[in-house]
Design a protein. Structure first.
Ligand code: PLP
Length: 426
């Protein structure tokens, strides 16, 4: 099939009639499909079911330090969970705190604390006239929702194939002391699956922000979430890089086992410099007597160590890989060369990012919905839900079965074709 852009109006109209018939046939099936949610499938959840069997007796509940995990105490997390998550996050065990069941919750708390109490003695953000955050786009909608919730002004920064455009990041944060943070998903980013290059990470570590309470919010949610054994991205560890560059306090690192064990019932962790941790522990002591140590113990016993966790991630990859391949192969077969969309084939993470012709994303998502396919809302990958080009669509292949995914992707490409033809016809 030649590029749609080479077809004249008559050819486009003829094609449209053909595709509309196909679309009506799928619509008649009254399907109910969902490619909107970055959730592990049931088969993936089942991989961790044995975790429920590791704790039975009173004696099982005692962690390495001899503490009964059923009772109060241990603010930072038990040693074995700290070791496991420290290895996962590639930071020293002493620089990590284990939190509850959600890393997003920890991010919210960090921002909330900065609003009310400031960061290491600086003016609380709520007392400032303006507070801004840099938001690499497309990005993770829930990050943007947190900053929007606190009235923080979001400044989009375009993503490149090596991470956020660092020329823009460096310039803006050096000039403007109202910029207090940047959201980053540095590995297999949500939604593009991009991993920041060595140079990008190095430039982050060397940042010279005008605001002394500026922090990099480094959400490494997909740090060990590879799809392939032989093709994996590598990300430089930023905490050590910052330390080496004399900027130890610059970064807050977040991660969780949400897409390793159970989303919503995993464990979350936070890593930062000693000085940052002193402040954060002070806040934590007010907030809680300690997080769920039973769940920490369950995770530590089930995975054993980081190599157990890495092996476990291979099982996730075996389930996820065919799903990503199904979507990517269909996109290539049906849309390759048509010049009506582009996408990135990621090597890990949970998403495929699709860029339609400008002005088409909302209409494509609406068209797919007509045939019973729910996609992530167009615009969700941008601050305030506003994609200025109305182009980006996030595809989440993890939850549906392979068969559902095959049909869902067919509906998606049909919707892309039909909406694009209308756009070309003007
Ligand atoms: N960060 C990113 C980039 C995500 O994509 C997600 C979930 O999709 C989360 C954080 C949520 O993490 P948690 O379950 O630890 O709150």
């Amino acid at each position: 099939m030649p590029s749609y852009r080479e077809l004249n109006a008559e050819e486009l109209e003829a094609l449209k009639r053909e595709l509309e018939q196909e679309f009506e046939a799928v619509k008649a099936k009254d399907l109910n499909l969902d490619m909107s949610r970055g959730k592990p499938s049931i088969a993936q959840l089942n991989l961790s079911m044995e975790m429920m069997d590791v704790l039975h007796r009173e004696s099982d509940m005692i962690c390495d330090a001899g503490i009964d995990c059923r009772n109060y105490g241990v603010l930072d997390g038990i040693q074995e969970a700290k070791q496991l998550l420290a290895d996962m996050m590639e930071v020293p065990k002493d620089n990590i705190i284990i939190f509850g069941n959600s890393s997003l919750n920890v991010m919210y708390d960090m921002i909330s604390h900065a609003m009310t109490h400031g960061v290491m003695g600086s003016t609380p953000w709520a007392k400032l006239d303006r507070v801004k955050f840099l938001c690499p786009v497309p990005g993770y909608d829930r990050h943007f929702t947190i900053t929007e919730h606190f009235g923080i002004e979001m400044v989009p920064v375009p993503m490149t194939s090596t991470g956020p455009d660092m020329d823009i990041v460096e310039k803006l944060i050096a000039e403007d002391d109202t910029i207090k943070g940047i959201w980053c998903v540095p590995k297999y980013s949500n939604p593009q699956g991009i991993t920041y290059s060595d140079e990008t990470v190095h430039r982050f570590a060397c940042l010279k922000p005008a605001a002394k309470d500026f922090r990099i919010y480094w959400d490494n949610a997909y740090g060990i979430h590879h799809l392939y054994d032989d093709k994996q991205d590598y990300l430089i560890e930023i905490f050590m890089e910052c330390k080496k560059e004399g900027n130890p306090d610059l970064v807050y690192k977040f991660a969780s086992t949400s897409k390793i064990s159970f989303p919503g019932s995993g464990i979350a962790a936070f890593a930062a410099s000693d000085a940052n941790l002193v402040e954060i522990r002070k806040q934590m002591r007010v907030q809680t007597i300690g997080h769920d140590k039973v769940n920490q113990l369950r995770h530590a016993r089930f995975f054993g160590d980081i190599s157990g966790m890495v092996q476990h991630m291979r099982k996730h990859a075996e389930i996820l890989r065919p799903k990503f391949d199904t979507v990517l192969n269909t996109l290539e077969k049906e849309l390759g060369g048509l010049e009506i969309g582009s996408w990135i084939a990621p090597r890990g993470g949970y998403f495929i990012s699709f860029d339609a012709m400008d002005g088409c994303a909302k209409a494509i998502v609406a068209k797919a919905k007509e045939a019973g396919l729910v996609m992530t809302d167009a615009g969700a990958t941008y601050p305030y839900g506003k994609d200025p080009r109305d182009s980006n669509i996030r595809i989440a292949p993890s939850y549906p079965t392979l068969e559902e995914l095959r049909v869902a992707t067919e509906i998606f490409v049909l919707s892309v074709k039909l909406v694009s033809i209308d756009k070309l016809l003007g």
